[in-house]
Structures are given as structure tokens and as C-alpha cells.
Ligand binder design. Structure first.
Ligand SMILES: [Mg+2]
Length: 174
């Protein structure tokens, strides 16, 4: 099993760009330019604002380290990490067997990877976010099993169920 995590609005509840803007005191200039620049150019401009202030990449990294994560998200990542590691170790002897993939995300950019998943895989779209809407309205068949989640608590429950059932299935087969 392999678990792929999106970051913004999935691992962190907020958007990391917005977080840096607010934490680094750029809200005013951000709001002034928001309507005039595309997002990537706007964020380039925000970085250009930080440089003359003597801010470094380490300052931005420290800023991102202060992101508050839902405790259940942290729990889900840690428990999934252990579970997946065990399964990867178990699978070393299973030549050529494809890993089940669980893809967790929220944004429109997560839709394309979703279409590459197979029937044995799982996608976990955040409820009422773009990925969820795109899956719901898709004219293309969605092959993986879809599991919606609202917050870290629900995400953790689903992920534990999926990783546990995979282990149980393996034990039954063995
Ligand atoms: Mg995201």
C-alpha cells in the first residue's frame, strides 16, 4: 500500500501561501495586488518584498514549521507511516505485486492523479472542495473507491479502516 498526501487544505487546514503572507506581515500588500496579478506572480512578488527586509528561506521554513495541524491528521500520518512501512517490508518477497494506492487531496490539481488510479485503489477527496466536486460531476468513470472526509478526525478514521482492512485481507490470504 502506498499513501499519497496533498498538502494545502489536506495536511494543513489552510493554504501555505496565505499562511506565509499573513505570518510574514504581507497582508496589506497582498490585498493591494491580489486582483492585479496571477497567483504565482503574486507569490513571486511577495518573496521579492521579503528580500529587502533581510528575510531568508530559513525564516520562511520556520514560518511553515509553525503551521498548526489537526491532532488527528498528525495521528493519521504517524499510524499510516508505520502501517505502510510494515506492508512495504512484507511485500519485498511478493515479486511484481502492485501496491494499493490511497490518494488524499482537495484541489483541482488532485483530479488528474485520481484518474490514473485503478479499481483496487482509493481516493479520499475533502468534502465540498474542488476535487470532491470534480469527482462528483465527472463524465469520465472514476475507478478507485471514493471516501469523502470533512476534517482530520474523519480522515483518520477512514485511513485507519483502509489500512487495517488491507492488513486483515493480507492475513486472510496468507
Ligand atoms: Mg491542496
Amino acid at each position: 500500500m502506498m499513501i499519497l498526501w496533498d498538502f494545502d487544505r489536506t495536511i494543513m487546514d489552510d493554504d501555505s501561501d496565505r499562511w506565509v503572507v499573513v505570518e510574514m506581515g504581507l497582508t496589506q500588500i497582498f490585498n493591494q495586488l491580489r486582483e492585479t496579478l496571477p497567483w504565482n506572480s503574486l507569490m513571486d512578488r511577495m518573496m521579492a518584498e521579503l528580500h529587502p527586509q533581510g528575510k531568508t528561506i530559513e525564516d520562511i521554513a520556520n514560518c511553515l514549521n509553525r503551521v498548526r495541524l489537526h491532532p488527528q491528521i498528525v495521528s493519521a500520518i504517524r499510524s499510516a507511516h508505520g502501517s505502510v512501512l510494515n506492508q512495504l517490508q512484507d511485500s519485498r518477497s511478493e515479486n511484481g505485486k502492485k501496491h494499493v494506492i490511497i490518494y488524499i487531496g482537495d484541489g483541482g490539481g488532485d483530479f488528474c492523479p485520481t484518474l490514473k488510479l485503478g479499481e483496487e485503489d482509493h481516493v479520499m477527496p475533502r468534502k465540498n472542495f474542488p476535487l470532491h466536486h470534480l469527482i462528483s460531476k465527472s463524465s469520465v468513470p472514476i475507478k478507485p473507491q471514493v471516501h469523502e472526509w470533512m476534517d482530520g478526525e474523519e480522515l483518520n478514521k477512514i485511513l485507519l479502516r483502509l489500512t487495517d482492512s488491507d492488513s486483515a485481507e493480507k492475513q486472510t490470504v496468507l
